[in-house]
Design a protein around this ligand. Sequence first.
Ligand code: 5GP
Ligand code: ZN
Length: 117
Amino acid sequence: MTGEPQADCLFCKIVAKEVPATVVRESETTLAFRDINPQAPTHVLVIPKVHHPDAASLAAAEPAIAADVLREAGEVAVQEGLDSYRTVFNTGSGAGQTVFHAHAHVLGGRGLQWPPG
Ligand code: 5GP
Ligand code: ZN
């Protein structure tokens, strides 16, 4: 059921501390940790602790927690000393989503091209 921990979900396992991660921030509803394969000098993932498959599903089911993810993404940027950064939600495999537990990528620390690839 959506919202409940999923046994086969990597990010649910990180929330449960069954898989280690380099955590940079934690709130009651969110966790922020460094991406294992960083695409920029700062590359942090911000996830809701509850399981939803993507950002839109999260926002539809639990809008307050979606707002928590956005706020925490901004707090990560402040904590990492970023004055410019990009927040990305890949949705669907065609857009590069590989983990189907909602997450924001916070990318910064280098020039970021627009439009992205
Ligand atoms: P997506 O491709 O779904 O938008 O983002 C998933 C992200 O999770 C990728 O950037 C990938 O590098 C990261 N990732 C995959 N496995 C792990 C892991 O075990 N630990 C951490 N910290 N990040 C991971
Ligand atoms: Zn999950």
